[in-house]
Unconditional design. Structure first.
Length: 163
């Protein structure tokens, strides 16, 4: 195929995008943005993305699972933040759901508990209810489900007579 008019042809664009995809798992929206940044036209970008998907350089299910696992294990994100982030990357709902199934429930609760304990240790002597609120706000901000957070926070930070 010939040049696209911006100095790069389909084959060059594919090779460059394939290298980009082989470094880390990528999704279609990330690759689309990169192709735009490289000033690859929409028609050429579509051809390149289709070929990347067909040759398994891009696999959105694989991406979603890897992304969810990495954000949970490395950044300690909760499910809600992972879902929000995957939606922003235009990952289909069914793949988002599958990616969350990869997170072990016991490990999830263990990470939640460790985040709560760490935050408790950072709060200087406060009233019990204030401590509970500060801890819960922090962990909910990391994307953990409010109901679950409050259940664990209230169990871990209990008033001992006075509040």
């Amino acid at each position: 195929m010939g040049k696209t008019g911006v100095g790069i042809d389909v084959i060059e664009a594919f090779v460059k995008a394939a290298v980009y995809c082989s470094r880390y798992e990528r999704c279609i929206s990330q690759v689309s943005l990169k192709l735009k940044k490289w000033t690859i036209s929409g028609d050429i970008a579509g051809i390149v993305i289709e070929r990347l998907v067909n040759e398994n350089y891009i696999n959105e299910e694989r991406f979603a699972k890897a992304y969810a696992g990495m954000q949970f294990r490395m950044n300690k994100w909760g499910r809600l933040k992972i879902v929000h982030s995957l939606k922003q990357l235009n990952i289909p709902e069914r793949l988002i759901h599958k990616s969350l199934e990869e997170i072990d429930e016991a490990e999830y609760r263990q990470v939640l508990t460790s985040l709560i304990l760490k935050k408790i240790s950072q709060i200087k002597s406060e009233k019990i209810l204030t401590t509970q609120k500060k801890v819960a706000t922090f962990v909910i901000g990391k994307g953990y489900e409010p109901e679950l957070v409050w259940e664990v926070v209230k169990r871990m930070i209990q008033p001992y007579g006075n509040t």
